[in-house]
Design a protein around this ligand. Structure first.
Ligand code: NAD
Length: 538
C-alpha cells in the first residue's frame, strides 16, 4: 500500500507494517517500516520515563550533550545528505547546505535563546501589602513533546522544535512525513546514540499515526504542515487540552519598488522563489512590481530563471547537480500544473517554463507575467517553482493587495531606500517582514519564525517559542511571622486598611504610608484575636 493512500484508510483496524516512499526523481519505491497505531502510546510512556532523568540535569549539561549531537550530525552529514537526496530528489550539496552543515551554529544559537527563555524570574512584592513574601517563577518542562513534520525540509524542520524541547528538559516523540521516513529515523537514531535510550523516539506513518501521537498522551504538540491538517491537529489537541503550535502554509509576496537595485533584486527574488524547487513555506509566490520598472526588471528576472538548471533540460552533464530538483509527490506536481494551467487560461503570460520537466515529478522553473488576484496561482499555496508577477501602480495599492492574502509568513520590499523599505515593512501583515531579502531567517533561532492568519499561530525556534515546551510554575516563600494584614476578621480596622491601600496606590503621600504602617499592627492584633479573644473582643 502506498503511503499517500494511507489517509483514506485511517479508520480501518488493520494497520500496514510497512509503507513505501517514492524517490521523486527516479520514481523508485523505497520500503520503510511503519509504527503500529496501537504502539504509539507505549512509546510515549517510554519517552516520559526518559524525560524524568533528563529534566533532572542542568541546562548546562543538556547544552553540552546537544552540542555533541550537533557534532555527530555534522560528522554523519554525508549519510544524511544521501538520504535526503534519495527521498526528495534534491541535489546533495543543497541538502547539505539547507539541512545539515549549519546544525552546530543552530544549536549554539538555540542554547543562547534557551538561557533567556528558561531563566527564573524574581517577583517583587510590596512589603506593606505582602510583608515577608518573595516569589520566583520557574520554567518547568511539559514532559513529552510530539513533533509532526512535513517532507519539504525533512531534517531541519525538526531542529526548530527538537532542540528547544530537549533544552527545556523534555523528551520528544517525532513523526517524520511518510514521504521522507528514513532521514527522520536517521536523526532520531543519532539522538539516541548521543543522548541515550528513549529520549528521542520516532514514529513512522501517515495521518493515522499522526493522530495517534496527538491523542496518545503527549503533553504538547508542534505541528508543521498544511492548513487542512493543521486544523485537524488543532482540534485533536483542543480535545486533549494540550498546547499546540501550528506552522502552516504560506503565499509570500515581495514588492519591487522603482528605485530597487534591479540586478541584485532579480537574483534575490529568483533565489527565494525557486529554492528547494519552491517547496518552501516562505517561497516568494506573488511578485508585485511597480509598473514603471516592470519591463526592465522582469527581463532581468527572466534571464536569471531561464539559466537555472533542472533535470530534463538537456544542459546538465551527468555529474552535475541541478539547481531545481523535482517536486516531492505526484499530487504536488498536479497542484502546480493546475495552478499554472488555470493562470494561463485566464490570461497570464508564460515567460519561461510552464510545464512538467518530463523527469520524475519535475516541473520547469516558471515565470508568469500579467497575473491578477483571483487566479489559483495568486490565491492558493502553489509550493512549486512558479512566480506570479502582478504589476502595480502605487505602493499603497501594492500593500493593500499583498495584505489581502489569507496567509502571512514572510513579506519583503526591495528598494535602495532603507528608511522607505522599513516603513513599508511595518505595514505588511506578516510574521517576518524584510527589506531587500526574504526567507533566510528560518534557520536562525535568534528570531521568531511565525506567521499570521492561516499560516498559523505557531512560533518556532527562538526564545518566543517556549510556551509549547515549558509551563511557568510560581514558587512563593512567606517569611512573615505574623498573620497577613488582609486576613479575617472583616472589622473596622480592615475597612480602614483597605481604604489606605487604595490611597497608597493612588500615590498618597507620607501621611498615607504612616497610616498604613499603623494599621498593620491593628490588623495583626485583630486577626490574632480570632484565636485568643479577650473580653473586649467578645
Ligand atoms: P501535510 O499537512 O500533508 O503533512 C504534514 C505532517 O502531518 C505529515 O507528517 C503527515 O503525515 C501528518 N499528518 C497528516 N494528516 C494528519 C492528521 N490527521 N493528524 C496528524 N498528523 C497528520 O503537509 P505536507 O504536504 O507534508 O507539507 C507541506 C506543507 O507544510 C505546506 O503547506 C507548507 O507551507 C507547510 N510548511 C510550513 C512551514 C512553516 O514554518 N510555516 C514549514 C514547512 C512546511
Amino acid at each position: 500500500m502506498r503511503a499517500d493512500q494511507e489517509n483514506s484508510t485511517a479508520s480501518q483496524e488493520s494497520i500496514p507494517k510497512s509503507m513505501k516512499a517514492i524517490n521523486p526523481m527516479t520514481l523508485a519505491e523505497v520500503e520503510t517500516l511503519m509504527t503500529e497505531e496501537a504502539a504509539v502510546s507505549e512509546l510515549i510512556s517510554r519517552a516520559r520515563q526518559a524525560s524524568e532523568r533528563w529534566s533532572e540535569i542542568s541546562l548546562k549539561e543538556r547544552s553540552r550533550q546537544l552540542i555533541r549531537l550537533g557534532e555527530r550530525i555534522t560528522q554523519e552529514r554525508d549519510v544524511g545528505a544521501r538520504l535526503i537526496a534519495e527521498e526528495t530528489g534534491r541535489a546533495l550539496s543543497l541538502a547539505a547546505l539547507s539541512e545539515l552543515n549549519t546544525v552546530q551554529s543552530f544549536i549554539k544559537a538555540a542554547i543562547s535563546e534557551a538561557r533567556i527563555a528558561l531563566k527564573e524570574t524574581k517577583v517583587k512584592l510590596s512589603p506593606l501589602d505582602f510583608p515577608g513574601k518573595s516569589a520566583i517563577v520557574e520554567q518547568v518542562p511539559r514532559g513529552v513533546i510530539g513533533i509532526i513534520a512535513p517532507w519539504n525540509y525533512p531534517v531541519s524542520n525538526f531542529y526548530k522544535s527538537l532542540f528547544p524541547a530537549l533544552l527545556s528538559g523534555n523528551a520528544v516523540v517525532m513523526k517524520p512525513s511518510e514521504h521522507t521516513p528514513r532521514v527522520g529515523a536517521w536523526l532520531a537514531d543519532l539522538a539516541t546514540e548521543v543522548l541515550g535510550e528513549d529520549l528521542v523516539l520516532c514514529v513512522q506513518g501517515g495521518a493515522s499515526v499522526g493522530r495517534a501521537l496527538v491523542e496518545g498522551g503527549v503533553d504538547s504538540v508542534v505541528f508543521t504542515g498544511s492548513v487542512a491538517t493543521g486544523r485537524a491537529v488543532a482540534a485533536l489537541a483542543a480535545h486533549q487540552l494540550i498546547p499546540c503550535s501550528l506552522e502552516l502554509g504560506g503565499k509570500d509576496a515581495a514588492l519591487v519598488l522603482a528605485d530597487a537595485d534591479l540586478d541584485r533584486t532579480a537574483l534575490g527574488i529568483a533565489q527565494w522563489s525557486m529554492f528547494n524547487s519552491g517547496q518552501d513555506c516562505s517561497s516568494i509566490e506573488r511578485l508585485y512590481v511597480m509598473d514603471r520598472i516592470a519591463d526592465s526588471f522582469i527581463e532581468r528576472l527572466n534571464t536569471v530563471i531561464s539559466h537555472l538548471t533542472y533535470h530534463g533540460d538537456g544542459r546538465l552533464k551527468p555529474e552535475e547537480e541541478a539547481d531545481i530538483g523535482p517536486l516531492q509527490t505526484a499530487e504536488q506536481l498536479a497542484v502546480v500544473n493546475k495552478h499554472v494551467g488555470q493562470a494561463v487560461a485566464e490570461g497570464a503570460l508564460v515567460l519561461c517554463g510552464g510545464k512538467p520537466s518530463g523527469v520524475g515529478y519535475g516541473f520547469q522553473p516558471t515565470l508568469l507575467d500579467r497575473c491578477v488576484e483571483g487566479m489559483l496561482v495568486t490565491e492558493e499555496e502553489t509550493f512549486g517553482p512558479v512566480i506570479a508577477v502582478i504589476r502595480v501602480h502605487t505602493v499603497d495599492e501594492a500593500i493593500e493587495r499583498i495584505n489581502r492574502s489569507r496567509y502571512g509568513l514572510n513579506g519583503s520590499v526591495w528598494t535602495s531606500n532603507i528608511a522607505v523599505g522599513r516603513a513599508i515593512a511595518k505595514r505588511l501583515d506578516v510574521g517576518i517582514a524584510l527589506v531587500n531579502n526574504h526567507s533566510f531567517t528560518g534557520s536562525l533561532p535568534q528570531m521568531p519564525w511565525t506567521g499570521v492568519k492561516e499560516t498559523g499561530y505557531g512560533v518556532a525556534s527562538s526564545r518566543w517559542a517556549y510556551h509549547t515546551f515549558v509551563r511557568p510554575r510560581t514558587i512563593v516563600l512567606d517569611k512573615n511571622k505574623d498573620p497577613d494584614p488582609f486576613w479575617f476578621p472583616v472589622d473596622e480596622s480592615y475597612q480602614r486598611f483597605v481604604e489606605a491601600v487604595a490611597l497608597k496606590n493612588l500615590g498618597g503621600g507620607i501621611g498615607v504610608l504612616f497610616r498604613l504602617i499603623g494599621l498593620l499592627g491593628k490588623r495583626i492584633k485583630a486577626t490574632k484575636s480570632l484565636l485568643h479573644p479577650t473580653e473586649d473582643d467578645r
